[in-house]
Design a protein around this ligand. Structure first.
Ligand code: ZN
Length: 510
């Protein structure tokens, strides 16, 4: 319906949401500052600012005023029709409101306390390779997390894990993930085994030539500007752990990291965060929509599909480097002048089973994720006792990646997620890779000369496709609906396998 005819309760609701969005952008702003420029001495005051603001935001998001306005709008048949943007927006506001109000205060407090205790214990247990000392705290966090899932609730025939995924990947169930993951897992394991046993790994030594950090930064800015990141409405800064934060209209911050002798790491991080940044810049935050679900990202999996596409599908391909290698040589005083394009591209597509997820390559990464999905699902459903986690981890690791885990520090103690009670979060990483690969096939069918365009440094047609099919919709459609609309098919593991076979196999002389 035209804006002029929207009833007062709806415009009041939107105004309230906009204020919450603005408060959220202030929280994002001070948190970005904390990671980038805040002096160490500011930590105490910043913690106070953050916690006060979080309290105000939570109070607003659970207020009866918001609940009443929502109910009034939902009772309005013209407004609540889900096929309209307003109706879809209401559906998503209801989801957020329910998630924010369904948990009893006692549980929220108990979980916060258990999480902060478990994180401290986890740090020590990891440093000392002492899993048994972590068992009690991890059990406590997972028990409370299970309770949280029970409070959220899940569909009949489902499991408590579904309720937890819902926070990160709405409308997706453990069974749906399993159906896609299981065939992928077996094909990936076989693919990796074949490459590592029968192939010859490409040369990579030249990638570790020393490149000054300032030069890497200038190169990162140059390539991301060419990809389409708008520096009038964004920045690139440096942090230990790269991230991207879309503050609000006209302001998107991304960060990356640099090591003089690991230039590919910075390129990967920068292009990854740029993919997140392009999504944030493409969400319709202008006009009246900021603060509403229509101006927000649909899910972690879809967000990650954007970062992975630019990092991997674009950033490890020959067309991209046909354009970018001369640019790199210009920035780096011809550091790679003696390396031909094919040799360079092969070096960007290695496949080496290793123990640490965050250091793993494009092919093996997904097996690290699937292992965690299977284990956390078993722990939360009560099928795996926490004390038995190391044994189960090591056994799966051997099956999936063919390696013997030497100790728990390089095994089940490596990630912080479980100590936070983040269960259902890991699968979104691989869902992102799967969505990216499936979209990539459709994009290449729709833009048949995409490779030729990218080889000339032209990324406009690709970005337009993403703007039109993904970015502009915000949360109007679910991730699964978006995938179906954009690619004509439900999510499937085959495109990712085809991508890896096309891309990684040629890097190995077989
Ligand atoms: Zn990411």
């Amino acid at each position: 319906m035209p804006t002029a005819t929207l009833p007062q309760h709806y415009t009041d609701l939107i105004a309230l949401q906009r204020e919450s969005g603005t408060l959220g952008s202030i929280a994002a702003n001070i948190s970005w500052d904390q990671e980038t420029y805040m002096p160490a001495g500011g930590a105490g005051a910043r913690a106070e600012q953050s916690s006060l603001l979080a309290g105000i935001i939570h109070e607003r998001n659970t207020s009866s005023k918001l609940g009443d306005l929502l109910a009034q709008c939902e009772a309005d048949a013209d407004l609540s029709d889900e096929s309209t943007p307003e109706g879809a927006s209401l559906r998503e506001m209801r989801r957020d409101y329910d998630l924010a109000t369904k948990l009893p205060t006692d549980l929220v407090k108990a979980l916060a306390l258990a999480q902060s205790t478990a994180q401290e214990t986890w740090k020590k247990s990891r440093a000392n390779n002492d899993f048994p000392s972590f068992v009690d705290d991890l059990t406590k966090v997972l028990d409370l997390t299970r309770e949280k899932g029970e409070c959220y609730g899940y569909k009949e025939g489902g499991e408590v894990y579904d309720a937890l995924i819902n926070e990160y990947e709405p409308d997706t169930t453990a069974k749906e993930i399993e159906v896609v993951f299981t065939p992928l897992r077996d094909r990936l394991s076989a693919f990796i085994k074949d490459l590592t046993e029968n192939g010859t790994a490409p040369k990579v030594d030249f990638l570790h030539r020393s490149i000054a950090v300032e030069k890497q930064h200038a190169f990162g800015q140059a390539i991301t500007a060419q990809l389409g990141f708008d520096y009038n409405t964004g920045r690139l800064d440096t942090t230990t752990h790269p991230f991207c934060s879309g503050f609000g209209p006209g302001d998107t911050r991304m960060t990356t990291r640099y090591e003089p002798t690991n230039f590919p790491d910075a390129v990967g991080s920068t292009m990854h965060e740029c993919g997140h940044g392009l999504y944030e810049q493409g969400l319709p935050k202008g006009g009246a929509l900021f603060g509403t679900p229509l101006a927000a990202a649909v899910s972690l999996g879809i967000h990650e599909s954007q970062s992975r596409m630019w990092e991997n599908m674009v950033g490890r391909g020959k067309p991209f480097w046909n354009w970018a290698l001369p640019v790199a040589n210009k920035h780096f005083d011809n550091a790679f002048e003696d390396i031909d394009l094919d040799t360079f591209v092969k070096s960007m597509n290695t496949c080496t089973p290793s123990f640490i997820r965050v250091e793993s390559d494009e092919s093996t990464y997904n097996l690290h994720v699937m292992l965690r999905f299977e284990l956390e699902r078993a722990m939360i459903n009560g099928d795996l006792a926490i004390k038995d986690l190391p044994g189960a981890w090591n056994e799966k690791f051997k099956n999936f990646l063919g390696l013997d885990v030497p100790d728990d520090t390089t095994g089940c103690l490596q990630d912080v997620h479980w100590s936070f009670g983040l269960v259902g979060y890991f699968p979104t990483y691989t869902l992102g890779n799967l969505y990216a690969a499936q979209m990539w096939e459709t994009i290449n069918e729709t833009i048949p000369d995409l490779d030729a365009q990218m080889a000339k440094g032209e990324f406009g047609a690709l970005l337009s496709w993403l703007r039109e099919n993904i970015h502009q919709h915000g949360r109007r459609y679910s991730a699964a609906q978006l995938c179906q609309r954009a690619t004509g098919k439900p999510l499937d593991a085959a495109p990712l396998m085809r991508h890896l076979e096309r891309r990684v196999k040629p890097a190995y002389c077989m």
